[in-house]
Design a protein around this ligand. Sequence first.
Ligand code: IDP
Ligand code: MG
Length: 160
Amino acid sequence: LNPKPSRLSVDMERTFIAVKPDGVQRGLIGEIIKRFETRGFKLVASKFMKASEDFMKTHYLDLKDMPFYAGLCKYMSSGPVFAMVWEGQNIVKLVRMMLGETNPADSKPGSIRGDLCINIGRNIIHGSDTLENAKREVGLWFKAEEFVEWTPCAQPFLYE
Ligand code: IDP
Ligand code: MG
């Protein structure tokens, strides 16, 4: 359904990232986007939106048996989120490393959660954990026409 990642000499991947309602309220959208931009990843889709509780239940379906599932879905639909799709070589894994651990208390300084938040239930950002989930989440959050096709001028300096 989604347009294919740009054709380059390297295999490109796409991942889904969202600044959660706590990150939005704390004014961290710019700081978070900056980290992915300066890493060299390419933004291919984004939108500022409020998700419904049912939508968040679908997004987090894997966690439906966890005790925090209901509260998580309620929280994630309580205010606006900034949803994005980013592209790059090995991006799913690299973004997860940039996020830090699920619990900010276990996240190293230098990671997004390790630098910017404190509590596991208010960890400011979502990033897909596997390529398979990335594909599912990208397709859940974005329609084909929401993707922007473009070639960043830095591409030959980021990839051999
Ligand atoms: P992830 O966001 O690092 O992939 P998941 O295990 O997929 O972590 O959990 C999804 C989200 O659920 C977490 O980012 C966090 O906001 C919330 N969460 C996870 N574990 C707990 C918990 O023990 N208490 C409260 N919220 C939790
Ligand atoms: Mg997860």
